[in-house]
Design a protein around this ligand. Structure first.
Ligand code: GDP
Ligand code: MN
Length: 352
């Protein structure tokens, strides 16, 4: 197999770690992880390869986030896994809990429907809270406001390849705003009206102005691979970046376009009446409001979260990483092909 030599679009020699991590000038970035006290064992597993492959060389600050207070035991243990500084954050209830506006009867019925459609975690409020938090609120917690970039990690994942350059400075130097490793199709029944609601938003007032003319429309709308999904979701391909791994710029979410759109999505209550995930929400936001050349596939980073992986030199990577190839040249990063569907959407929008 051929050796992966990535990324190509910057002088990587300038992004190398310092020989002494104490004297390394870091980007404005932090490693984030939403985690429960009970997940100490799995976060240890994650950190052992994460430190080994990346962070022992750079010592970026960890920000651990929890809806409950972290126990002293959790803090003591986790501090023994790394020399990097660590912050422990308890999420304000207002950014985590189910809003009062969610109607119990409506939710009950909705849960029955989700269950009938085979949507897992349907009746777990905490899972819905988590998806909503990561979709629209995490970048506004006081402890993260000062940061621009984050790398999201999760308990129980693995990192396989040595990362010998500063991925945050890579984004900084190239002006990119979002990096992913795995890109897949979503469970359509978890987001039946996410696309329709998004179209409603774009059709309201002047909101269509937020759509970036160089968005990843083909990826959002491609109807060749998964016609079934398209029926359920009214046009959205369900292609999404798998958000358990993200290296990205929070200023994108803080932008007027994304925050206004999130506020609208939240007002529908469908983070609870459906099971909208943060992955499709981030992905649709990026596909519509960002220039697709600012989205980067870190194909050089070996990564595993059950059941998918990204493996730089493994022939099965494309098989596992279903939709990532769409983000390799030529379709993604060069001349775009606008799906006929988007033209319909556009004319629908402008005629309404
Ligand atoms: P999945 O990968 O979609 O099955 O979701 P996970 O169970 O991995 O949850 C995603 C992330 O959110 C993980 O980092 C979990 O530790 C975290 N998480 C999920 N629910 C909660 C919760 O209720 N409290 C806290 N503190 N973390 C949570
Ligand atoms: Mn997970």
């Amino acid at each position: 197999s051929q050796k992966i030599n990535e990324p190509k679009d910057t002088d990587i020699e300038k992004l190398r770690p310092a020989s002494d991590p104490d004297n390394y000038e870091r980007a404005n970035a932090t490693i984030i992880s939403l985690v429960r006290n009970s997940e100490i064992g799995d976060i240890e597993k994650t950190m052992s390869t994460f430190e080994e492959k990346f962070n022992k060389k750079f010592r970026y600050t960890y920000t651990f986030i929890n809806d409950e207070e972290f126990s002293q035991e959790f803090k003591d243990k986790v501090k023994s896994f790394s020399l990097a500084p660590m912050n422990f954050v308890t999420i304000p209830n207002s950014l985590w809990r189910k809003p009062d506006s969610i109607d119990e009867e409506t939710q009950k019925k909705a849960i029955e429907k989700m269950k009938a459609d085979g949507v897992s975690y349907a009746d777990m409020d905490s899972y819905h809270n988590m998806c909503r938090f990561y979709s629209g609120n995490f970048y506004n917690i006081p402890e993260l406001q000062k940061y621009k970039y984050y790398w999201r990690i999760e308990p129980g994942v693995k990192f396989y390849s040595d990362i010998n350059y500063d991925v945050f400075k890579y984004l900084e130097n190239t002006g990119k705003i979002y990096g992913f490793v795995v890109n897949a199709y979503d469970i359509a029944a978890s987001i039946p009206t996410l696309w329709t609601e998004t179209m409603k938003f774009l059709n309201t007032g002047n909101n269509y102005k937020y759509v970036n003319e160089n968005g990843a429309f083909q990826w959002l709308l491609n109807d060749l691979q998964h016609p079934d999904n398209n029926e359920v979701t009214n046009g959205y391909s369900t292609c999404h970046f798998w958000s358990n791994f993200e290296i990205a710029d929070m200023d994108f979410y803080r932008s007027e376009a994304y925050s206004k759109w999130f506020k609208y999505l939240d007002s529908t209550g469908k983070f609870y009446y459906e099971r909208w995930g943060d992955a499709p929400v981030h992905s649709i936001g990026l596909g519509l409001f960002a220039d697709k050349s600012k989205i980067h596939w870190f194909r050089d980073i070996g990564y595993y979260h059950n059941p998918f992986f990204n493996c730089p030199n493994h022939p099965k990577t494309s098989e596992s990483n279903l939709a990532a190839e769409k983000f390799s040249p030529p379709i993604f990063s060069s001349g775009q092909i606008i799906s006929p569907r988007l033209r319909n959407v556009k004319s629908k929008i402008s005629s309404s």
